[in-house]
Design a protein around this ligand. Sequence first.
Ligand code: ADP
Ligand code: MG
Length: 258
Amino acid sequence: MSKQIQVSGLDAYYGSHKAIEDVSMTIEPRSITAFIGPSGCGKSTFLRTLNRMHEVIPGARVDGKVLLDGEDLYAPTVEPVSVRRMIGMVFQRPNPFPTMSIYENVAAGLRLNGRVSKSTMDGIVEESLKGANLWNEVKDRLNKPGAGLSGGQQQRLCIARAIAVRPQVLLMDEPCSALDPISTLAIEDLMAKLKDEFTIVIVTHNMQQAARVSDRTAFFNLAAQGKPGKVIEMDETSRMFTNPSQKATEDYITGRFG
Ligand SMILES: Nc1ncnc2c1ncn2[C@@H]1O[C@H](COP(=O)(O)OP(=O)(O)O)[C@@H](O)[C@H]1O
Ligand SMILES: [Mg+2]
């Protein structure tokens, strides 16, 4: 179940430091949205405001609105934990639980949600590993530690773990930047498949990757050194990479700054 995200007037702070300012955008379901821009312009910060991970940092806070299919994720009645269940996250460095088996890594999130029978769990683990294009490589060693897999396999294990709880949105923060080119292509193929089912948002510093995988792209930038990051331009990826409307976007994608 894929859902639309609507953000309006979002500011994010670390204490008194405003990291991003006045971000508004619509993120469409069953599509891939890429965030690009120079480092330090608030892409990761913004991504973490979408599933309320930003506020776990002491002193961090958010102003503005994030709606998931119309529901205000920052309403006082909403539990941050339930938001993180609906909107899963995959990080830059694959971070499987090192002492847990492959099977238990995938099952971990579901165990937190309550009791699940062995046969149901077996089914969900298999389906999630298939969904992450990893099943064939690991089906004969499900009880071996997740840490024994290659980097690319570990990242797909983390994706299997994220989709096992059936989120509506998957956030990925530079998911390929620690991977070799072959594993990167495997993750990109996987994203193209996952977008049938999930709303996907990816931060990437790799322009070719944004161009290859995403349907829409948002370009983040700092107005000036020490100022908060902003969205300069957001558009269909094909248009953004061929005919950007802002000079700053063009300079960035053609490598003239950054
Ligand atoms: N945990 C943190 N505590 C304080 N400041 C932070 C923290 N994380 C990021 N920032 C600051 O927020 C700004 C945006 O950072 P970030 O979101 O990581 O940018 P990007 O992902 O685009 O590289 C930067 O000025 C950075 O120093
Ligand atoms: Mg970042």
